[in-house]
Ligand binder design. Structure first.
Ligand SMILES: [Zn+2]
Length: 327
């Protein structure tokens, strides 16, 4: 199979997706598969992202032709997305987990999942809440066909492109493990704001990059070109606020003990994530970009500090040390 020639792609510089700022600091120059990928942090709001990055056209090409191969090389296994049934069942458990943990915010009515894959999340949610009307939006033909066969109405395409003839406003909109792949995550939240009814909620589950790199022990191990944005709980909250949402629920896996993580996993939720429920407001909250957040995030991602946390908290090799010190 032909290689994806990242080095030959023309990269473009972008401004910050949260605050429109242009003052950044580079925190890493390599990706997990050793490409020259520059990761920056915004000095105003602390958003971390790849910059400069490939154009939308090159990302399209990457997803269409190379994405699965590249990811399977990283993971050293064939990704589970190839197994539609397994994907559906895992997502179904996740959907039930959303009701167990965030059910108080899920109101009857139109429930849209953006990047809905095989429709399992919506299916699992409706098993617990029969009055939910389901609609998936999914670019993959195989996955959207599978969802429709399972009785989860799914439109094929990207949320920006599909024409939805909605008879009503949505009560719930979900975006699970897709937000950091989007080239413009704020655009998604603004779209959700337009599509939701007044008191509707958006449900997000996103990888916490700080947690990810600490578990891995090095920043470059958390950089991959398909994760265009790398959120922390704080920046995810800021993104919601600038788009006109108020965060009413936030669950962060970082800092939880093994027992809690195990219970959560048994209930279908993933680990190393941030889960947020945010309520639609009629006006956006006044954004408060604190210099202290930037300094704190910068320090937490200082390579030596990341390594230190890795050794004392996550590394299997140093488990004996933790045992000795009772930590
Ligand atoms: Zn910013």
């Amino acid at each position: 199979m032909e290689e994806f020639k990242y080095k030959e792609k023309k990269l473009e510089s972008i401004k910050c997706n949260i605050c429109d700022g242009v003052d950044f600091e580079t925190i890493e120059n390599k990706s997990v598969n050793n490409l020259d990928v520059q990761t920056v942090i915004c000095k105003k709001c602390s958003l971390i992202f790849i910059n400069p990055r490939m154009s939308a056209k090159d990302y399209d090409e990457y997803y269409m032709r190379f994405y699965r191969k590249d990811r399977s090389e990283i993971k050293q296994k064939i990704i589970e997305k190839n197994n539609l049934e397994k994907n559906f069942e895992n997502a179904r458990r996740f959907g039930k987990g959303i009701i167990s943990y965030m059910g108080e915010f899920v109101k009857d009515g139109l429930t849209i999942d953006v990047g809905s894959s095989t429709g399992g999340i919506l299916y699992g949610m409706r098993e617990c809440r029969p009055n939910l009307k389901l609609l998936g939006i999914e670019p993959s033909t195989d996955e959207s066909n599978y969802a429709n066969k399972k009785g989860v109405e799914t439109v094929r395409g990207l949320f920006e492109d599909v024409k939805l003839d909605l008879k009503e406003k949505a009560t719930n909109i979900l975006c699970v493990q897709s937000l950091n792949h989007l080239l413009d995550p704020k655009k998604f939240l603004l779209w959700a704001h337009d599509t939701l009814q007044d008191d509707g909620h958006v449900f997000l589950a996103v990888k916490n990059w700080r947690h990810q790199v600490r578990r891995a022990g090095s920043l470059h191990l958390g950089v991959q070109i398909d994760h265009v944005y790398m959120f922390t709980p704080e920046t995810l909250k800021l993104l919601c606020e600038v788009a006109g949402f108020q965060v009413v629920y936030m669950d962060v896996d970082e800092g939880k003990n093994r027992e809690d993580i195990k219970i959560q996993k048994n209930n279908g939720l993933n680990t190393h994530h941030v889960r947020i429920v945010a309520k639609r407001l009629n006006s956006s909250l006044k954004s408060d970009f604190k210099k202290s957040l930037y300094l704190k995030t910068r320090m937490e991602l200082f390579p030596l500090f990341v390594k230190f946390v890795y050794i004392f908290k996550y590394s299997h090799r140093f488990a004996f040390l933790r045992k000795m010190l009772h930590i």
